[in-house]
Design a protein around this ligand. Sequence first.
Ligand code: PRE
Length: 360
Amino acid sequence: MKQVVNIDELRDKIDSIDHQLLKLLNERMELVKTIGHIKKTTNASIYRPEREKAIIDRLTSDSKGMLDKGAIEAIFLEIFAVSRNIELPEKVAYLGPEGSFTHQAAEARFGAMGEYISLKTIQSVFEAVNTERVRFGIIPIENNQQGMVSDTINVLCEYDINIVAEVPMPIQFSFASKNENIKTIKKVYSKDIAFKQCGKFVDEYFDKSVELIPVESTSKASKLASAEENSAAICSHIAAKMYHLPILFQNIEDSPDNYTRFLIISKNFNNVSSGNDKTTILVKLSNDNEPGSLASFLQSFHENSINLTKIESYPAKEGKGFKYWFLVEFEGHKDDEKVKVIMQDPNITVKWLGSYPKFC
Ligand SMILES: O=C(O)C(=O)C[C@]1(C(=O)O)C=C[C@@H](O)C=C1
């Protein structure tokens, strides 16, 4: 005979599971607290991205239920964030304003309980980390549709900081307005790059009579649209929520594969190898007047079976000439023997920026 399932009975079971979860989480936090004490006495780093990644990977391969990697990541990254907060609350500066995609990326890694500081420019995030006013900073480095964030590249070589981790995040835009009828909208606020990334939506819904107004951030766009009749914003869902702006359309970006990669930076930070890492270095060729000097540097990646994932050149800003630094990223950790071979190449000057668990 088919058993009738009663919601109250199911809820009783859920309550009992939640009780057990809480008990186990409290037990976990006791252990975490002890680790925190040990770390404080040895001056060791509280944040250990490679350990967090190892836990998520292990749980993902052990998971027998319906939770996939994304769900396990969402739950456990929040648990780790609470753990770190118990061990030692650490300040995180991000490229603001509040509600920006960088803020969203910061919360994804440092959790809802983190102590966040919104700063106006990428340079001021680097400055806050460099002077150790904050322990971590988070900034965007590249978008997979629009390319590199030049402000980040420009300051990466100016400061003595390290890359601690990378955070890939889907960039999804919402169209938000207090006017339910889209035909009454006369102005749309957003950031220039967001207009570009939502070009198809804009072309489809608006003719030339609608003013597209670029502003500094999508949060500001949402703030302006919340205060003005017949206006709308293209912004993140967090920004729309912050200014109580109803979302009329979600995911209006041209490409569903629109991702931005953010970097977490810190001062004097050295990750141990996770077994699946990425390294970022800045390289200057000492013999860059000689034909083949760049080719021979790149050849050593092939010879050492190292997967080179990025090479970008940018001006060294030395005198009147045209000299370049290269931002080079590849798979591996700086302590790997074959990576040491690359970094000890006598024909290059290297600045190591960081080796960190590969997330994208
Ligand atoms: O294993 C550690 O080093 C811890 O501090 C514990 C813990 C965790 O919650 O599991 C917390 C923070 C670290 O980033 C990694 C792991």
